[in-house]
Write a protein that binds this ligand. Structure first.
Ligand SMILES: Cc1cc2nc3c(=O)[nH]c(=O)nc-3n(C[C@H](O)[C@H](O)[C@H](O)COP(=O)(O)OP(=O)(O)OC[C@H]3O[C@@H](n4cnc5c(N)ncnc54)[C@H](O)[C@@H]3O)c2cc1C
Length: 360
């Protein structure tokens, strides 16, 4: 954990430059690898520390929090990297796991590219001429993630393909003019013509969205958000103490609200991680809890950002201020798929159960 903490500290120190240039320096990626984080999600027999295993979800939660508190863009990329490795470890073959571990040990980064344009990514052809047609959009790490898992349609089936892209594979980052998360390099990647064989296909049709792992895994991005929220609250404290404004009763109320929001979120996220790794057979309960965790995390993050911006005032909007950057990153990264549906599904699943609310 010390090495993660050290890396997170370096990432925080470098975040201003990464945001300004919309690029993460290669020396920081070298630091990332040296810290052990690149390999951590693999089982020990493949050179990792088993961070994807059920009993290590609590440790993964701490790591995601720390990295998210360092630089949320790196937190996003790390979450995608871990997600890809855990999908291969859960559904892939031993040979696919070993090949991926060897590539990551040699410097490759992974990601999960699921978002599609209107046409979608398809698997076409047959036998030796089976190939991809189409592209992925909103793909983080476009241009430096060389081992992505992409989802693709084969008829009505959805399959996962583990690709090996050349480092100079063309990408289109022209649309990534987002307010925050600038250095995630989230763009469009044309994939037409890439051959698909049994080495590339991971698992069977439907594995990608299999529950409780698909929706239940949402706790991971909540953990990265939480790291940024905790960092914001600490920066707020630093500001109040250094300006001698901490004794003001209105500011004290904001501090209390922020600490309560951050701590509440932490209880939820850590419990969601624990339940995800518990091996509980009740997929609906795990998904329902993760969906509620998304709702709590989003609400708390919005409350913290408002309180910190009001409590710090104009300096929190002037660059280069870490508060300004983290608020931009967090506001952007909070936008996750179908939040209304996540919330309403969670409400419905409790409504149709007879569980006491305290056991939900
Ligand atoms: C920094 C960053 C990096 C990303 N990297 C990746 C990546 O590597 N791979 C990847 O696959 N994706 C990536 N994404 C995309 C991400 O997974 C989501 O697709 C995206 O963030 C969804 O955001 P949205 O607000 O447009 O979602 P939406 O789901 O469109 O939600 C917007 C609003 O519309 C509502 N809504 C949704 N559907 C309906 C409906 N049918 N009817 C009515 N209302 C509806 C929602 O509840 C919400 O209020 C990334 C996103 C970010 C921000």
């Amino acid at each position: 954990m010390d090495r993660t903490e050290l890396f997170a500290r370096t990432a925080f120190d470098e975040a201003e430059k990464a945001d300004a240039t919309a690029a993460i320096d290669s020396t920081l990626w070298a630091e990332f690898r040296r810290s052990g984080l690149a390999m951590a999600a693999f089982p020990e027999r493949l050179g990792g520390s088993g961070l994807c295993e059920n009993e290590r979800q609590g440790a993964l939660c701490t790591v995601l929090r720390m990295v998210g508190g360092g630089d949320l863009s790196i937190g996003r990329l790390f979450e995608g990297h871990v997600n890809a490795i855990s999908l291969v470890c859960r559904y892939g073959t031993e040979a696919q796991m070993a090949a991926l571990a060897a590539d990551v040990a040699n410097g490759a980064l992974c990601g999960v590219w699921g978002a599609d344009d209107a046409a979608g990514l398809k698997i076409v052809g047959a036998g030796a001429s089976t190939e991809l047609r189409g592209r992925k959009i909103l793909a983080s790490g476009a241009g430096f993630v060389t081992r992505p898992i992409v989802t693709a349609k084969a008829g009505d089936d959805q399959l996962m393909c583990l690709l090996r892209l050349a480092p100079d594979h063309p990408v289109d980052l022209s649309g990534w003019s987002a307010q925050g998360m600038r250095s995630t390099a989230t763009g469009a990647v044309e994939l037409s013509g890439i051959r698909i064989g049994e080495d590339e296909v991971v698992g069977v049709a439907g594995d990608f969205m299999r529950q409780p792992y698909f929706s239940g895994g949402a706790w991971r991005f909540c953990a990265a958000h939480l790291g940024a929220m905790e960092r914001l609250v600490e920066l707020f404290r630093d500001h109040l103490v250094s300006r001698g404004r901490g004794e003001d009763p209105y500011q004290l109320q904001r501090v209390a609200d922020c600490v309560a929001s951050a701590r509440t979120t932490r209880f939820w996220v850590e419990e969601a991680a624990r339940r995800f790794g518990s091996g509980d057979k009740d997929a609906t309960a795990i998904v329902g809890f993760a969906n509620m965790t998304r709702m709590v995390t989003e609400r708390s993050a919005l409350d913290i950002m408002e309180a910190v911006q009001r409590g710090v005032g104009l300096p929190s909007f002037i660059r280069p201020s870490p508060v300004e950057r983290i608020c931009r990153d967090l506001a952007t990264y909070l936008r996750q798929p179908v939040p209304d549906l996540a919330m309403s599904d969670a409400a419905r699943s409790w409504l149709t159960s007879s569980e006491p609310v305290g056991d939900f």
